[in-house]
Design a protein around this ligand. Structure first.
Ligand SMILES: Cc1cc2nc3c(=O)[nH]c(=O)nc-3n(C[C@H](O)[C@H](O)[C@H](O)COP(=O)(O)OP(=O)(O)OC[C@H]3O[C@@H](n4cnc5c(N)ncnc54)[C@H](O)[C@@H]3O)c2cc1C
Length: 337
């Protein structure tokens, strides 16, 4: 049985937490298959503490390729290195996050090594009889869950939605093997050239990083009315989310969209205002720790999921909530003087 691999994401000198979510996914598969779990880390000036962190969080092995040419993500050079590693070590399973990096890199690699890839999985398991990876993802607009197998080729490749699983926690005293690989310059020859990275400054806090999200749906009524959603999010130090209906209408831009065809989020608090709770929206926020829904329709689907449901007009409820938060903050500030 080959190894189970997870692709860690290392950018700007930092491991992304999605690397630890993948280890959590990989850990249960590796245990079922009785196979080693390994993380792959590609980048430049990779710190030992980051490699050790992967081991502490469950990797039995870490394959490290540290090269100036991997400082910035270019799909051709990353893919060439990953293909070299796959051809040499022949893992059974290769998982990456369904981030921009994973979504770009994995199809590129899968085509070249002629194996299957299932994108955007929400559940992964192992088939008892065959040991094949069962790759489950929403299909047909999220109305069914399709389970896909790659029985004839290896590795079995899948991308996993970020935030669809908690990160693996570090365990003190874990040890693992570190395998450092070097490749010559020809591996890094690419037709494309990295020019610069332009950060999206349109959101102070992105929905994927936010601990609190205030999301608005069609019930908000029009683009200008979103000011009240923006205000509440700002007061709570959170991010603004939106349903697809809102994005399609141009009231908010795509990076705000939560759901099947938008971002998957898992904040501590999700406030859904004027959102009906369509299955495609819920697919992107159902793992939120606490959900508050505000909707004037008492039968709205979102109330089936909400921890706290408020039936009423958001234009009346949100200003009251904002006033209360202002009062609370004022009291807190004067108590601290
Ligand atoms: C392939 C596919 C992918 C999709 N991907 C996504 C996705 O990623 N994300 C997503 O969100 N959707 C997605 N959708 C669309 C989804 O099916 C719904 O159409 C969408 O989520 C509905 O958005 P909404 O809740 O804002 O609008 P609606 O369903 O129209 O709901 C509006 C709600 O606002 C309430 N309301 C109205 N006025 C007020 C008021 N004044 N105060 C309080 N409540 C009020 C209404 O009672 C209603 O419940 C996808 C659909 C398909 C087919």
């Amino acid at each position: 049985m080959g190894e189970v691999w997870t692709l860690a994401e290392y950018r700007f000198g930092k491991l992304s937490s999605v690397s630890f979510e993948l280890l959590n996914r990989g850990k249960s598969l590796a245990q079922k298959l009785n196979a080693p779990l390994a993380s792959i880390i590609l980048g430049f000036a990779i710190k030992d503490e980051d490699i050790n962190e992967l081991i502490a969080r469950g990797a039995d092995k870490v394959y490290v390729v540290d090269d100036k040419n991997l400082e910035n993500f270019l799909v051709e050079s990353y893919a060439k290195v990953l293909i070299e590693l796959v051809n040499e070590y022949k893992p059974d399973i290769l998982l990456a996050a369904a981030t921009t990096t994973g979504r770009t890199l994995m199809p590129y690699v899968a085509v070249r090594i002629r194996t299957g890839l299932t994108a955007d999985c929400t559940v992964l398991d192992v088939e008892d009889e065959t040991g094949n990876l069962l790759q489950t993802r929403p299909a047909i607009g999220g109305n069914i869950l399709a389970t896909i197998k790659t029985p004839n080729t290896r590795p079995q490749m899948a991308t996993v939605r970020p935030h669809s699983m908690k990160p693996a926690l570090p365990e003190k005293g874990r040890s693992g093997e570190v395998i450092r690989k070097k490749y010559d310059d020809s591996t890094f020859k690419t037709k494309s050239k990295y020019l610069r990275f332009i950060k999206d400054e349109s959101q102070q806090v992105t929905v994927q990083d936010a601990k609190i999200i205030v999301a608005g749906g069609k019930g908000v009524g029009k683009a200008e009315n979103f000011a009240i959603i923006d205000k509440l999010a700002e007061l709570l130090g959170g991010a603004v989310g939106a349903s697809r209906d809102v994005v399609d209408r141009g009231w908010k831009s795509y990076p705000h969209q939560i759901g099947l065809s938008g971002k998957t989020v898992s904040p501590a608090l999700y406030i859904a205002a004027g959102i009906s709770g369509a299955v495609q929206h819920i697919a992107g926020m159902q793992t939120s720790e606490n959900i508050i829904a505000i909707n004037k329709d008492p039968d709205a689907q979102i109330f089936h999921l909400a921890d706290l449901g408020i039936v009423g007009d958001l234009n009346e409820i949100l200003p009251i909530l904002i006033d209360r938060i202002y009062d609370y903050k004022k009291r807190e500030a004067s108590a601290n003087v």
